[in-house]
Structure formats: structure tokens, C-alpha cells
Design a protein around this ligand. Structure first.
Ligand code: SF4
Length: 352
């Protein structure tokens, strides 16, 4: 959904759409590359500063397009350096993005929808339901705007689509944004293997993604049997484990790449010795890595984080089964770290 106006945010256009607009206006098509470089490399906010483009073209662009930024409503910084951004959109809706410091670079987690329809039981975003899809420009602006505020934008190395929303349920805009994020010639120039899309398991979309975008794939798995997964993630009733894992098996991967399976460890739900062995068995025929995420408790959450020794044992079983296992600790625990938490708090304070 784009706001009704004759003036469009130019970031909503794909490169091909911009080229065809230029053609329609009898402007040389190589200008598309120049314009996009100004927007994504040089962070231009105004067509008038695009000095290598003729004045008449700049004027025409200004009459037809804007270059929009998102309104930063709130930024919280954690003791561990994580920064959580709450952005306000044109229709007053809010989304979150989280900048996560690693040793000497940043990872940015971005949102793809306002709210989410998937209803995962452990997720705070799910509690607010689904509002709308983000546009391509809104997805891109999270990356462009946050880069613009960094002392050294080069330090932003990884983009992960693990924020609010199910990216594959907003397929066209997400793929459009990814293709600009990874466009080395005139987009944001991230390498393909530094961009990760995480899905709750919209299995039928995986072949399309495989064809239309070249990014890392992560599957939010979280259970080793359908009964538990049905309870945690309603999407499993539509696309149960067999269908999801079969789609993963068929997913073509470049050499040396694997699918990342995320597994949120929930105390007494999916953290047993048997669960770990079953997980190792389930993923045997897939090129898989495993990301264990001890549940990040939030106020009112019905689940708990397992004890430390349970987490360690779970990881060791997987390692003994020759999996690469990462244990991701939630950063920013002191700043509404759970997905959707800042948005929920903002909504509460707005309604107070
Ligand atoms: S975990 Fe992801 S897919 Fe599931 S409800 Fe939350 S935002 Fe949606």
C-alpha cells in the first residue's frame, strides 16, 4: 500500500520500473544508475544535489518523486550496544528494526510487515495481529536510514529479515527490496551471502524464492514433531514438517552454503534429550546449520527459558551429530528485546 498521491517515493520503484519511467519521458536510461547511486550510495535526500544529472531532469524527478526517510519515533540503546529503532510510517503505524553489534561489525534485523498473521505462540508481534505489508520502499528505508546514522556505514555487514512479519507473506515487496539491497551496481551493495531471510515455513513460496532472489535461507523450526509445532506455530497445520522439510531438501544451495534452522529453546516444551536427537535425525538429509535461541522471556510470556545445563546438553548432542551449532543469546535484554516489544510499549503509551 503506497499513500495516495501523484508523487511517489522513488524507492518504491525497481530498477526496471525506473528505466521504463525514464524511457516514457525520453530520458536516457543510463540515468537510472546515476539516480540510484545517488540514493543508495550517497544517501541523497534531494534530487537537486544530483549534480551530474541535467537540471531539467532533476526538476522533472522532483515533480514526480520524493526520496523518503522513515520517521524515527524512538531509539533505545542497550548496555550491550544493541540499538532498537521504532519507526513511524506515513499511516502512523510503527515498525521495529534492531542493530546488533558483533565484534567489529553490525548486523541489522529488519521488519517486513506491520504486525504478523502467523500467530506463533512465543512471539509478541503475533499478539497484535496483522496490520499490513510494508512497501518495498519501507523495507529498504530501514537499511538506508540506519546506515546513514552510523559513524562508519561500512561496518554494517549483515542484514537479516527476522523482525516483525513473515517475509514470504509479503513476497513481491520483500524480493524487490532484497534485489536492491544486494544490487552491487546501483543498490545498497550487500553481498548475497550477507543477507538472510527467515521464514516460519511458507513452504510453497520456497521454490519461488530460490528462483527470484539469492540470499541465505533460515527456517524458524522450533519443534521436532507436528503436534508440538502445531501448538507453537499455526502455519504448521497448513504446511506440516514433512512438507516444509521436503521443500528445504529441494532448495538449491550454492556450494558451501546451508540452510539455517532456528530453534527457540522453550523450557519443558522442546528442550529434551529426545528432542535434540530427533532434531539431528530430521535434518540429516539437508545441508543444515542450527541456530539455538534460548527463549527471551518477556512480561506475561507463557514460556520460560531452559536452564543453562539443558541448553548446553542440547547443543552438545547436535554437535556430536556433526552439526554446526550456534547459540544466539538475545541481545538488548534491557531494552524491550523481544520482537515486537517496543511497538507494543509505544502503543500502550499512546493509548495511555
Ligand atoms: S515469529 Fe515471526 S512469523 Fe511468527 S508470529 Fe512472530 S513475526 Fe510472525
Amino acid at each position: 500500500m503506497i499513500p495516495e498521491s501523484n508523487i511517489t517515493n522513488i524507492m518504491e520503484l525497481t530498477k526496471d520500473q525506473l528505466i521504463s519511467w525514464l524511457k516514457d519521458h525520453d530520458i536516457e536510461t543510463y540515468r537510472a544508475k546515476q539516480i540510484m547511486k545517488w540514493i543508495y550510495f550517497r544517501q541523497a535526500d534531494d534530487f537537486n544535489i544530483m549534480t551530474d544529472i541535467k537540471k531539467e531532469i532533476r526538476q522533472l524527478l522532483s515533480l514526480n518523486f520524493t526520496i523518503d526517510r522513515l520517521e524515527k519515533k524512538q531509539v533505545e540503546t542497550s548496555q550491550d550496544g544493541s540499538r532498537k529503532y521504532l519507526f513511524k510510517l506515513f499511516d502512523e503505524q510503527c515498525i521495529e528494526s534492531v542493530l546488533i553489534p558483533e565484534k567489529n561489525y553490525y548486523t541489522l534485523c529488519i521488519s517486513s510487515q506491520v504486525g504478523c498473521a502467523q500467530g506463533c505462540r512465543f512471539c509478541l508481534t503475533a499478539k497484535g495481529g496483522f496490520v499490513r505489508n510494508l512497501t518495498k520502499g519501507e523495507i529498504l528505508a530501514q537499511v538506508r536510514d540506519i546506515m546513514n546514522g552510523l559513524d562508519d556505514p561500512e561496518k554494517l555487514k549483515n542484514i537479516v529479515m527476522m523482525g516483525m512479519g513473515e517475509p514470504l507473506a509479503n513476497y513481491k515487496n520483500v524480493v524487490g527490496a532484497i534485489n536492491t539491497i544486494t544490487d552491487a551496481e546501483c543498490g545498497l551493495s550487500f553481498s548475497n551471502n550477507k543477507v538472510t531471510l527467515s521464514t516460519a515455513g511458507l513452504a510453497p513460496k520456497l521454490p519461488d524464492l530460490n528462483q527470484d532472489a539469492n540470499v541465505n535461507l533460515a527456517i524458524s523450526l522450533n519443534a521436532t514433531d507436528n503436534k508440538t509445532r502445531d501448538m507453537l506455530m499455526p502455519i504448521n497445520k497448513k504446511y506440516p514438517l514433512e512438507i516444509l522439510l521436503d521443500a528445504c531438501r529441494k532448495y538449491r544451495l550454492p556450494p558451501r552454503q546451508s540452510i539455517m534452522f532456528e530453534y527457540i529453546l522453550l523450557k519443558d516444551i522442546n528442550d529434551s534429550y529426545d528432542n535434540a536427537n530427533h532434531l539431528a535425525e530430521l535434518l540429516r538429509s539437508i545441508k543444515a546449520k542450527i541456530n539455538l535461541i534460548p527463549f527471551n522471556e518477556y512480561e506475561g510470556s507463557e514460556f520460560r527459558q531452559p536452564e543453562e545445563d539443558v541448553i548446553n546438553n542440547f547443543r552438545e548432542i547436535l554437535r556430536k551429530n556433526n552439526y554446526i551449532v550456534i547459540t544466539r543469546r538475545s541481545k538488548g535484554r534491557d531494552i524491550s528485546a523481544a520482537c515486537g516489544q517496543l511497538r507494543v510499549r509505544a502503543a500502550i503509551s499512546n493509548n495511555a
